[in-house]
Design a binder for this molecule. Structure first.
Ligand SMILES: [Cu+2]
Length: 177
């Protein structure tokens, strides 16, 4: 025991001599090194855990973003069939607010269609609605109903969009039996 203690003391003296004046004079070097090492270990462990939680957050955020994109572009749309009025007009009310609701409208070919767009916002994105296939582009004043009337003569699916081609809806024209 005396030998070990003596040895340790000599070693401490040796380290102190080797490391010179960088080390604190109060703490023997091995203790300081041990402290520094354990501190470094704690910091790196903390950093590792922090990085992991950041990575998890990034992954979760990424997955959420992907899910949102899938839902936004491919999700089940609200499909609505236009009601036919006594005058034989296929009429439907569409709310415009960050999108079109409903955004899938089913009509029959050969009958006049009346689409009542109520723009429930001032967001400039939706200030115009475009039915490219029908050559229609119409301004939608905010908080007002704008009716667009035309008669589809060809069955098929026709996209309608905002003026910037961002908001989208679909007009499905079904064959008349
Ligand atoms: Cu837009």
């Amino acid at each position: 025991m005396a030998f070990i203690a003596n040895h340790r003391q000599r070693r401490d003296v040796f380290f102190q001599r080797v490391s010179g004046d960088e080390q604190s004079e109060t703490a023997p070097l091995p203790t300081a090194v041990a402290h520094a090492a354990s501190l470094r270990l704690t910091i790196s462990a903390a950093r590792l855990i922090k990085m992991d939680s950041t990575q998890i957050a990034v992954i979760v955020g990424g997955l959420a973003a992907i899910a949102f994109v899938i839902w936004y572009f491919f999700g089940k749309r609200s499909r609505t069939t236009a009601a036919v009025t006594t005058a034989g007009v296929q009429e439907i009310n569409i709310t415009v607010k960050g999108g079109y609701s409903p955004d899938v409208i089913v009509v029959r070919e050969g009958l006049p269609v009346c689409l009542n767009f109520y723009r429930d916002e001032t967001d400039s994105c939706s200030e115009q609605v475009v039915f490219g296939d029908f050559g229609i582009a119409r301004d939608l004043p905010p908080f007002k109903t704008t009716s667009i009337e035309f008669t589809p003569h060809t069955p098929g699916e026709f996209t309608f969009t905002c003026g910037m081609n961002m908001l989208r809806g679909k007009l499905i024209v079904e064959r008349r039996d």
